[in-house]
Write a new protein. Structure first.
Length: 184
């Protein structure tokens, strides 16, 4: 479910405005979308055919903030999957009845998280986050290039890896097969 622009996204064109990407760190950014997810889940549970169904909240990038934010507002999922998830709200705590897993490539978001620009330490791969994770998956291109002047980050490859994790691209097949296996 996506019912609005992501932080930094132009609502008219869908293009990202990287100057506005800092909107993703707004601690209240998930409240509207999280509340909508709670409402959606409550509505689906009204259908007797769905009331016993297993639920999975899968969020790519900032979408994970919406999923975990919805948990702080009353949603419950059997599984929460982070596809290179951005961050969790400061008040969020993992639900003991939920399995949490992060799948990520070394990507642009991971760089932002490691430098403290994103998530303020409340990220899926942070120690004690509640999310299980394996080592980073390998993208088709390395994000660090060796030059005569030393290593340089290839930001294009880093952005491609961030988008790859949420795609059906053949280069993402290994990750998708593991995700499918883990969700059973």
């Amino acid at each position: 479910m996506k019912d609005g622009p992501f932080p930094g996204e132009n609502a008219d064109t869908g293009a990202a405005n990287l100057i506005r990407i800092g909107e993703a760190n707004d601690p209240n950014s998930y409240e509207v979308t999280g509340d909508r997810l709670v409402s959606l889940q409550n509505g689906l549970l009204q259908d007797s055919d769905l009331s016993a169904a297993r639920t999975a909240g899968i969020g790519h990038s900032w979408g994970l903030t919406n999923i975990t934010g919805s948990e702080t507002l009353g949603a419950h999922y059997d599984n929460v999957v982070s596809l290179s998830g951005a961050w969790t709200p400061e008040t969020w705590q993992p639900d003991p009845g939920t399995d949490y897993k992060d799948y990520s490539y070394n990507d642009l978001l991971q760089i932002g998280q490691s430098t403290g620009l994103v998530g303020d330490g409340n990220t899926p791969r942070a120690e004690g986050s509640g999310f299980e994770h394996d080592p980073y998956y390998e993208g088709p291109r390395p994000i660090t290039i060796q030059t005569m002047d030393g290593p340089v980050t290839d930001f294009g490859a880093a952005m491609d890896n961030h988008n790859l994790v949420a795609s059906d691209d053949l280069a993402n097949r290994k990750l998708l097969l593991q995700l499918r296996k883990d969700l059973g």
